[in-house]
Design a protein around this ligand. Structure first.
Ligand SMILES: NC(=O)C[C@H](N)C(=O)O
Length: 540
């Protein structure tokens, strides 16, 4: 968008429109731009006719910044009634003018030509200008980007994504595109969405039906008759006290007739274009020749590159089939996952801090205080064992937690919040978790009870980052996989990284949406991703 201090407004690179940002987001509020002819395009936030309908004031926003441009249209130029409704799209050309002294705006646009109007019926528009709750907006996912909050979140999200890439690129990391579809369960927790192929299923049903047409109603009626006859035959033989063998043979015929009827009825339900639902044919095995899933983490795959090009990261969507209905979980979320060869956990903890500091510095526009605090305060570091001790002390002191506190538990959100918000009032890094609650790939510590894992907990959000030193010893990791009841076979390729040229290495995953929650102060994670996915929601 160029230098905002430029004395000329800057055209959008792909159209002849000027971004509103380049008019109003200047130190002088745009005052120095008076007299320039510009074209803008955007959506009306508010509008009203004035001077007995002789002109209209419009507040227009084009998403380039949170601020609106005040636009004035006279009735000679356009039909004002179609312009003034919230949500209408307008594209106009006119001259920038400084309004009279004492007005809030430093610049406004006097329209000479209206180039486009996309009207709205105000009686039907679902996003009126009144303040709407985020819950309400979640039911209008496609229109909610038109609100100030959601468009601001989109800009912050974009800036954070850009900063993530800039940071890693500047530090010599390679961006590796890890797959979305995989057969490996990185966390070994079974929270995977299975990938099935609807088209395959439909094709298969169509083929089957063309080779073997479905039964007609008459076929089914005939089969029902056979069942009735066979049933009658069994009853007759029984009342005639026939021999056991004869009765058994007759019962077998009845069973066959019933099975045949069931089959026919089932086949009659098969219709082209509708996949069979009874689960009898495992179509899911078709496409990939084995069960495939949506990835829960790009970590295992990105490790293959860390073990040859040293410093890598992946940043993409990940999926968890967790039935969580909380404000901190999504079924589809984005994760930033760096992986570094020759690094142990100590090294990683330091780097993680840098990362957060850098992000905080870049985004002082979000929740400024919290970000400032992250940038300036050293994180508290405590071991898991210390954390549990502190929580136990709190319980002894009268603090009530819903989840019980004892060595071996996974820290609940209330525990994480207590540590970060009450006890330390700053981000807390908890390290060396019990092996029983962490994934198989984390390096076993010398005590054989804990693993070299760390979580970064932050106020408001709880766990923001989870990471670990990876287990680089072949026998140990094999034992861990087996010990957790997981099959070795799907992980053989991963074990090869330990068989051939193994090296200590570490990495972490940062939940991108949680980072946005933290930066923006928004409460619900469903509001910081454009199209949230959670139990019961996958449309749009
Ligand atoms: N890359 C990582 O360390 C993240 C880790 N696999 C997780 O999903 O929690």
């Amino acid at each position: 968008m160029g230098d905002l201090h430029d004395t000329k407004v800057l055209k959008h690179p792909f159209s002849d429109r000027v971004p509103i940002r380049s008019i109003v987001c200047r130190p002088d509020g745009g005052a120095g731009l008076g007299g320039q002819l510009v074209r803008i395009g955007g959506w009306v936030k508010t509008g009203r006719e004035q001077g007995k309908g002789s002109f209209a004031f419009l507040e227009v926003n084009d998403g380039s910044c949170p601020a609106n441009l005040q636009v004035i249209v006279e009735k000679e130029v356009a039909d004002l009634s179609s312009l003034v409704h919230t949500g209408a799209c307008v594209s106009v050309e006119g001259v920038l003018k400084e309004p009279p002294e004492g007005t809030k705006q430093k610049i406004e646009l006097r329209v000479g030509k209206v180039l486009h109007v996309g009207p709205v019926d105000p009686a039907k528009y679902p996003i009126p200008k009144t303040k709407l709750t985020l819950e309400f907006l979640r039911d209008h996912i496609h229109l909610r980007p038109r609100t100030n909050t959601i468009s601001a979140v989109a800009r912050i999200r974009n800036a954070l994504a850009f900063a993530t890439h800039s940071f890693f690129q500047e530090h010599g990391f390679l961006y590796i595109h890890t797959p979305i579809i995989t057969t490996s369960d990185c966390e070994g927790a079974g929270e995977m969405f299975q990938v099935t192929t609807l088209i395959n299923e439909v094709e298969k049903i169509e083929k089957e039906l063309s080779e073997n047409p479905p039964p007609s109603e008459a076929d089914i009626e005939a089969a029902k008759l056979v069942v009735k006859e066979k049933g009658g035959a069994v009853a007759q033989l029984k009342s005639a006290k026939a021999s056991k063998e004869d009765i058994a043979a007759s019962v077998a015929e009845l069973t066959n007739a019933k099975e045949n009827l069931l089959k026919l009825e089932e086949r009659s339900k098969l219709k082209p274009g509708i996949p069979k639902k009874d689960g009898k044919i495992d179509y899911s095995l078709d496409f990939f020749s084995r069960q495939a899933f949506l990835t829960v983490s790009g970590q295992l795959q990105v490790e293959t590159y860390a073990c040859t090009v040293s410093n890598v990261y992946t940043f993409g969507p990940t999926f968890r089939a967790e039935n969580s209905h909380t404000s901190r979980h999504l079924a589809e979320f984005w994760m930033v996952e760096p992986e570094i060869a020759f690094a142990d956990l100590e090294w990683l903890l330091d780097k993680c801090l840098d990362d957060m500091e850098l992000m905080a510095k870049l985004y002082d526009k979000g929740c400024i205080d919290r970000l400032r605090m992250v940038a300036s305060t050293p994180f508290k570091r405590i071991s898991y064992t210390e954390a549990v001790k502190l929580l136990e002390e709190a319980v002894q002191g009268g603090k009530k937690f819903e989840n019980k506190v004892e060595w071996g538990i996974d820290l609940a959100s209330e525990h994480e919040r207590y540590l970060t918000e009450v006890l330390f009032q700053k981000p807390v890094i908890v390290y060396n978790y019990p092996k029983g609650i962490k994934a198989f790939y984390m390096r076993l510590n010398d005590d054989s009870k804990t693993v070299a894992a760390m979580d970064v907990l932050v106020p408001k959000v709880g766990e923001l980052i989870g990471g670990s030193q990876r287990e680089e010893r072949l026998e140990v990791i094999q034992q861990r996989i087996v010990g957790m009841g997981l099959p070795l076979e799907p992980y053989e390729w991963y074990l090869d990284l330990r068989r051939y040229g193994t090296v200590k290495h570490s990495g972490f995953g940062l939940g991108f949406e949680r980072m946005i929650l933290f930066a923006t102060g928004i409460d619900n994670i469903r509001d910081v991703i454009p199209f949230p996915r959670y139990p019961g929601r996958a449309d749009l």
